[in-house]
Ligand binder design. Structure first.
Ligand code: ATP
Length: 238
């Protein structure tokens, strides 16, 4: 059970974000004055037409792209004012990122793919592998721990990618079209998993999606239009 304080405390707060690509006359205002607060245990879906800035927003929140102005407060830091190396450490420690293209290492089996972030963070294999196994178990992949990505279906690969995103017990999960290449059944299975992992105290989950079926699982849907938040809809009114 969660207290009000838990569910109301923000995990990440982005203020007045702007991001422009290109220069001179040939620029695109990808994000134009976005404010976003994500609370503990909140599952936010970001929707909007192609080119409206969804992926850019997610990349800014994850520190994968730099904002031109604004601030992003997360874990006591302003990501917009951190060095690249500090952002990489913060992401490794406290964020889990999932993409439509699962980005799994083709030569590694599922366990080693999931253990990789821990190994990169300096953890020894003996400690990392049991944690990776537990995460694979959590996403229903305990029977395919020794399989390499090419031996797994799209839905299974996405489960492994989700397990990898969860292995560092992140405060923030950022997912860009995590169900984009999945069929209905696997889409719902991955959404159920995302809902489960989203309901962890101190954690926010932000998912970019075109799929209304995914948005149905969210606590809140933000719609981007030309780099700005057009609507804020509590679920049930979407
Ligand atoms: N690296 C880049 N260089 C130049 N322009 C970019 C770059 N990345 C994105 N853009 C532009 O910024 C705008 C927002 O792109 P973004 O990928 O964030 O949109 P999106 O809503 O995620 O689109 P989609 O749903 O098609 O993935 C688009 O006009 C896009 O062309």
């Amino acid at each position: 059970m969660t207290t009000n304080t838990d569910s109301e405390s923000p995990v990440i707060v982005a203020t007045a974000l702007h991001k422009r690509y290109g220069r001179g006359d040939a620029f695109v205002e990808a994000i134009s004055g976005v404010d976003l607060t994500a609370s503990s245990e909140e599952f936010i879906a970001v929707m909007g037409t192609s080119g409206s800035g969804k992926s850019t927003l997610l990349q800014l929140l994850g520190g994968l792209e730099r904002a031109d102005s604004g601030s992003i407060h997360f874990e006591g830091n302003d990501i917009c004012r951190m060095s690249d190396s500090a952002i990489v450490s913060l992401r490794r420690q406290s964020m889990g990122v999932v993409f439509q293209a699962y980005n799994l290492m083709p030569t590694l089996d599922a366990v080693d793919n999931v253990a990789l972030p821990l190994l990169l963070a300096g953890m020894g294999r003996r400690t990392a592998v049991p944690i990776a196994r537990a995460c694979l178990n959590d996403v229903g992949m305990s029977h395919r721990m020794g399989s390499r990505p090419a031996q797994l279906s799209g839905g299974e690969q996405q489960r492994v990618a989700l397990a990898r995103a969860l292995v560092n017990q992140p405060k923030l999960i950022l997912a860009d079209e995590p169900t984009g290449s999945l069929d209905r059944k696997n889409t719902h299975a991955v959404c159920e998993l995302l809902c489960d992992v989203a309901s962890t105290a101190g954690r926010s989950t932000i998912v970019v999606t075109h799929d209304p079926a995914v948005a149905d699982y969210a606590d809140r849907v933000l719609t981007l239009e030309d780099g700005q938040i057009a609507e804020r809809m509590p679920m049930g009114q979407a």
